[in-house]
Design a protein around this ligand. Structure first.
Ligand code: ADP
Length: 377
């Protein structure tokens, strides 16, 4: 093929090439001048690593490319200043050629990806902007939907307390169905509002040294009526652990959510055991174990995704938004801890969450309310 044709092709495609020997010394180079000479410069006799220092540290991988055990090595977003002061971006693709007929040589293609990177950055900015708009919209909508629920709940309670006159059995049943659905609506709007706030970085934790035993006991007490109603047994096993750094309200929300799920996804007469003990180094662990419906292996990877509900939950017919665990994980991670679970379909689940140990003695936790979560279930 005519060499000038190849040069023209390289020019239009904005690709330079460089050939290097086994010692990574450049033996030949070509392509657009602004890449080969200005940006890098690809001069025969020079060491490839001197021209592309970004390759330093990848010598073992380059060896593998030369040996044929790695098909290629790609470096993206290599930045070089342009004459006008802006940055140009390049991608380098390394392959071995000529293996078999003598020692292999390295062929590096260096392509100008400035335009692509610029478009990617623009797309990322646009995505961020749309995401912010979505979070703002959700926050405003959830807030506006939630506000009228307070007077509705107030008047429902008045009616159910027979403050406005006696109710017959049918009226009471009807009002109780309304109440259940209003409470459900309140949970959904609270979850959406919470999610929007966390995503917008508007949730600030007030971390204080906390005695987790006291805090978890408080949450257990809060959920006891729900657990008793399902004739389940709740056991709290607490070892001696140091104070943990928690935001009281949010830690109550985390434990409350896990406990509420354990109750919800465990049939009547099941057992729930909450354990507090040492976690990973520097952390206290809270484990919430149930003998419930469990989670199938297929569903497990998605359990913390927003709006995800496992098939076992859907089959059980229990209502829910699939937002609780997503929010719980975001909150646990905001605390600097982690959350995970072990489970098998039909064999119960154990959820684990860790909180960082504090160097200071615990302060006395107040009465942070676990009122919000799933109170209607
Ligand atoms: P919700 O309970 O509103 O559906 P969550 O985000 O709290 O949403 O939980 C997501 C899903 O994880 C649930 O729908 C259920 O399928 C599953 N899940 C959570 N906790 C348990 C549990 N203790 N046992 C079995 N499944 C659970």
């Amino acid at each position: 093929m005519d060499l000038s044709l190849i040069e023209a092709l390289l020019e239009t495609q904005r690709v330079a090439y460089v050939l290097a020997d086994q010692q990574l010394v450049i033996v030949a180079a070509g392509g657009p001048e602004y890449i080969g000479q200005q940006a890098f410069p690809l001069v025969p006799g020079e060491a490839l690593l001197a021209v592309v220092p970004e390759l330093a540290g990848s010598e073992a991988l380059i060896g593998e490319v030369l040996a044929g055990s790695l098909p290629e090595l790609v470096l993206e977003h290599i930045s070089r200043p342009r004459v006008d002061g802006a940055s140009a971006f390049f991608m380098l693709r390394l392959r071995a050629i000529g293996r078999g007929a003598g020692p292999a040589q390295l062929l590096a293609q260096i392509s100008d990806t400035t335009e692509l990177s610029r478009l990617q950055l623009l797309a990322q900015d646009e995505l961020r902007r749309v995401d912010e708009m979505k979070s703002n919209f959700v926050a405003v909508a959830a807030h506006e939907l939630r506000n009228p629920l307070t007077p509705i709940l107030g008047y429902l309670e008045l009616l159910l307390d027979e403050e406005s006159g006696p109710l017959n059995a049918d009226q009471r049943t009807t009002l109780e169905v309304v109440l259940k659905n209003v409470l459900r609506l309140r949970t959904i709007t609270s979850d959406l509002l919470d999610l929007a706030r966390i995503e917008a970085g508007r949730v600030e934790l007030v971390l204080r040294p906390t005695d987790l035993h006291t805090l978890v006991s408080m949450v257990c007490l809060e959920y006891q009526p729900q657990i008793t109603a399902r004739q389940q047994q709740l056991e709290l096993v607490a070892g001696t652990v140091p104070a943990a750094l928690c935001d009281e309200t949010r830690a109550v929300q985390i434990i409350g959510n896990l406990l509420s799920n354990a109750c919800k996804y465990t049939p009547a007469h099941g057992r729930i055991r909450v354990r507090i003990g040492p976690g990973d180094e520097g952390f206290v662990l809270v484990a919430i174990e149930d003998t419930g419906i469990g989670i199938g292996a297929d569903d497990q990877p998605y359990l913390f995704d927003a709006f995800f509900r496992a098939r076992s939950a859907a089959a059980q017919g229990t209502g829910g938004t699939g937002l609780g665990l997503h929010i719980t994980r975001l909150l646990a991670e905001l605390h600097g801890g982690r959350i995970w679970f072990t489970s098998a379909a039909g064999q119960g689940s154990t959820f684990y969450v860790t909180f960082a140990i504090s160097d200071e003695p615990p302060y006395e936790p107040g009465a942070a309310s676990a009122e919000r979560n799933h109170s209607e279930h």
